[in-house]
Design a protein around this ligand. Sequence first.
Ligand code: LMR
Length: 328
Amino acid sequence: MKFPVKHVLACALLAVGAATAHAQTVIKFSHVVAQDTPKGKAAEFFAKKAEELTQGKVKVEVYANSALYKDKEEMEALQLGSVQMLAPSLAKFGPLGVKEFEVFDLPFIFDNREELHKVTTGPVGEKLMKKLESRGIKGLAFWDNGFKVFSANKPLHTVADYKGLKYRIQSSKVLEEQIRTLGGIPQVIAFGETYQALQTGVVDATENPPSNFYTQKMHEVQKHVSMTNHGYLGYAVIVNKKFWDGLDATVRGQLEDAMRQATDYANQIAQDENDQAMEAVKKSGRTTIYTPTAEERAQLKKALVPVHEKMSGRVGKEIIQDVYQATG
Ligand code: LMR
């Protein structure tokens, strides 16, 4: 039997197309912050490295700034497999039922990044990541952001200044308790809706590392920042476990390599990004930046450390002790 040359060629092209389509795996990586942040930059870095190391077998599509999903929806989308990769803040795992992650939200639990890294790069971090597996999620890495500052439309100097304000918080019971302990009213609001909530007066105060504060333009709607560094905000890079386990082992190894490099990069740039963001806030001239005195910070610490004990029933005494030991 003879086929026209045209027909044979068309079939061959179709076959090549199908093979290419089959060969390329797409990872949708969704996140809620601006591209110009530690997480945004690290996600782009990972995408580039992943494509490079897998020689184009994997394409990573990064969706920044809640373009695809907001906080709550992105977790659901990951479990459903509509996206394959996320890097939610460690304060957003409570609603999944993995309450131990809220240990990172305990105020003043880390004095500095070195202490934090003892947890995230050691057995405690590993133990935490393992807890995600029963939820169909695999944890690949911890990425740094930084220590949070408080902001409001009034100066925040003494502990009494924090009282009576309405605060936007992330979906963490520890953060809720932190605000109540200060005499404030906490309200969980998606990150992507925070600017508007501050602008319209739904809430009048919040907390975040400077990189998020600046890139979400919160300085336009918050007159005062206090450099409290009272708690930490960082990320867990997570994937849909079924998707990850189903990858070709060589490709998975290359992606793990890309993730290791992206993690080093994220952790290298995080402090600088936050310092630069604070400089930019200062330059904007719209927000007054206050550094608490040693005494004011000590008072804030004294007020907030009891949150550890109050929340030990939720977070788990064991994991809190693990963190104390690792950092001690
Ligand atoms: C927030 O909601 O404040 C942060 O988790 C945003 C982020 O991902 O850094």
